[in-house]
Design a protein around this ligand. Structure first.
Ligand code: SF4
Length: 103
């Protein structure tokens, strides 16, 4: 069974370095205040978002492993558009093995 993560960015910590955009292209974008936000709220575990969370200098990115596979279904992205949790068309550069999950 494929596992999924919910991505959240704490704007009280984010400094807009854009390191997450470079580490996980397609999963983050800068808003009009130059702060990062996820382009989609749910992604498969093995994507580069894990590396982005580990490399964020402000520890602003929180990844929450979803316990219920129903959570991995269609969801609303950060712009209010409903779509399935399909990752961006960018191949992962490395498998995520870091310990940044919260339950
Ligand atoms: S790497 Fe961290 S501090 Fe930099 S833009 Fe992304 S969330 Fe913000």
């Amino acid at each position: 069974m494929k596992r999924y993560l919910r991505i959240q960015v704490d704007h009280s910590r984010c400094v807009g370095s854009a390191l997450c955009l470079a580490t996980a292209p397609g999963y983050f974008e800068l808003d009009d205040q130059h702060l990062s936000r996820p382009t989609t709220s749910v992604v498969p575990v093995s994507e580069n978002v894990g590396a982005a969370a580990e490399l964020c200098p402000m520890e602003a990115i929180t990844l929450t492993e979803l316990e219920d596979e129903r959570d991995s279904g269609e969801h609303e992205d950060t712009r209010g558009t409903r779509r399935p949790p399909t990752p961006a068309a960018v191949p992962p550069r490395q498998a995520f093995t870091g310990p940044t999950y919260r339950r």
